[in-house]
Design a protein around this ligand. Sequence first.
Ligand code: H2U
Ligand code: ZN
Length: 341
Amino acid sequence: MSTFDLTDHSHRRYNSLTGEWVLVSPHRSKRPWQGQQEETQREQRPEYDPSCYLCPTNTRANGETNPDYDATFVFVNDFAALQADSPSGSFSKGGLLKAESERGICKVICFSPRHDLTLSDMAVEDIKKVIDLWQKEYLELGALEYINYVQIFENKGQVMGSSNPHPHGQIWAQSSVPVEPAKEMAQQAAYYRENGRSLLADYLQLELEEKSRVVLENEHFAALVPFWAVWPFETIIISKRHFQHLGQISEDEKVAYAKIMKQLSAVYDSLFQTSFPYSAGLHQSPTDGQEHPEWHFHMHFYPPLLRSATVKKFMVGYEMMGNPQRDITPESAAERLRSLA
Ligand SMILES: O=C1CCN([C@@H]2O[C@H](COP(=O)(O)O)[C@@H](O)[C@H]2O)C(=O)N1
Ligand SMILES: [Zn+2]
């Protein structure tokens, strides 16, 4: 029996940030690279689209007209999944059926007035304006007494169900801490209690020493394919300084954050020569008025593409019944991305 080797033999990896496992089958990706490079011509979009509900001066579904904004623009989602004035209440039956009311505010953020741009095309100073708005919204929404968690995210590309190519993201602020950040908070809190240090700070130190999964790095941030990555080209951006949320970020760190987001988006676009779809989100500490020293600011990118601009990974079958599984190892995914930086 040969000795166990992460690059050759099936194994499970532990996600220290969520406490879950992912199955990795490296031998299956030993096949020669099938990433066929179809020529996907970049769809040409106009700088302004009269039918786009996010473009400046256009009218949205609810009849409101967008201002002629020249940078970012934010509005309350016209079809919000959460309402600020939901009555509080709960339901339970037999100790097995439980429901509780959930209040919140959903907003849509336009990153640019330009209908044709994505983050990789935008200037660093314009991406910084998006970060400024994320910071402002996080602090203002978080200050509301019934808001305890603010989720900032972006669905990019049709395959992610994004209804509109205009560069934009969303904010869902709500009373409870949703499942994913709750899992990560439990892990970070346990590690912090145990060691008195940030889990992601120690993790980042390991990765910067190891280097095999680092994709991009600058003075204040690093972008890497996490050891426990689930999606083929999943990445995480982690701040080098241990802080909890955007309210604590410096102007220098904002510029560095804008730069690494732009570079990562450009690397993604080069991978399969297509505007790379993903769902991305910031994970910041809850806004419940408590100190959360355990929390370490970071941003996840979950891109669905597997081998080409049109071949995506599906989390089905074993992955729904068991746990996520991947062929290409995080290390080889990072190597491919790094080679495009
Ligand atoms: O006129 C509109 C259309 C879409 N929207 C909202 O824009 C949001 C865009 O969603 P995506 O980020 O998934 O593309 C979506 O949540 C939808 O409810 C409006 O708020 N007003
Ligand atoms: Zn538009």
